[in-house]
Design a protein. Structure first.
Length: 52
């Protein structure tokens, strides 16, 4: 896994998602968008999350 690169791209239709196999001790940022018939929104601003 390269630092600074996306490790996954997941399309979900629910209000929450679970990510597994994320290495302990790293910091991740999640970008969230919404899609509908009109298109996709800009990514929400993300804050760093430390993986325990």
């Amino acid at each position: 896994m390269s630092i600074g690169k996306g490790i996954t791209n997941v399309l979900v239709t629910d209000s929450e998602a679970t990510f597994t196999n994320v290495p302990a001790g790293i910091t991740v940022k999640l970008q969230v968008t919404a899609r509908n018939a009109a298109g996709e929104t800009q990514p929400a601003e993300s804050a760093p999350i430390a993986v325990p």
